[in-house]
Design a protein around this ligand. Structure first.
Ligand code: IMP
Ligand code: MG
Length: 181
């Protein structure tokens, strides 16, 4: 899709920078969970590429993968949104080391809801790994254990992240700058 709108996205992180970040995160996770079994829970759809690359770089960890899908429903007149799980875990996380894998954490609403949901299923430990930690609009307090990049603001696309279901396939990450920066 190349049109006037997508042309407005500016390069933010190159393919090489993304690869380096994934290798670093996989290294941190490998050190923290050496010799253990870890259930990686990808949050659909945005995490699918990140998760696929991440688990292939993790070493000396017995990897399990599952997915959840969370949608946020809200009205156009209210900033309040309520996340709803539309596809739940299929692997029982009870007694397991679990890492939630997100594409981006924005307000933190989706994640805090998901943390509560999975915690109620009694994992041994629950951590959060995100490709991008976007800070400006954060209002739910969530602990991010592993973050590839930190950005303040802007709408980000590529490497799984979409704008209206497009541009997920980009190997680099681009941003729509806010306020005509
Ligand atoms: P939160 O509940 O506000 O933290 O929203 C998280 C979800 O909103 C992410 O998993 C994305 O699907 C979507 N999202 C938030 N910011 C962006 C962005 O900059 N680009 C693409 N999707 C985004
Ligand atoms: Mg999205």
């Amino acid at each position: 899709m190349t049109d006037k709108f997508t042309e407005k996205f500016k390069p933010l992180f190159t393919r090489e920078e993304v690869e380096d970040a994934v290798i670093r995160l996989a290294g941190e996770i490998s050190r923290d969970f050496r010799g253990e079994e870890v259930l990686f829970v990808g949050v659909l759809k945005g995490s699918f590429i990140f998760l696929a690359d991440l688990v292939r770089k993790v070493k000396d960890v017995s990897v399990e993968v599952d997915f959840v899908r969370v949608r946020s429903y809200g009205s156009s007149t209210s900033p309040e949104t309520k996340p709803v799980i539309t596809k739940d875990l299929e692997v029982n996380p009870a007694g397991k080391f679990v890492i939630i894998v997100e594409d981006i954490i924005d307000t933190g609403e989706t994640l805090s809801y998901l943390i509560k949901h999975i915690r109620a299923m009694n994992p041994k430990d629950l951590r959060v790994c995100t490709l991008i930690d976007k800070r400006e609009r954060r209002h739910s307090r969530v602990q991010v254990d592993y973050a590839g990049f930190t950005v303040e603001k802007g709408f980000v696309v590529g490497y799984g992240l979409d704008v209206g279901e497009k541009l997920r396939e980009l190997e680099e990450i681009k941003v729509l700058p806010e306020n005509n920066e």
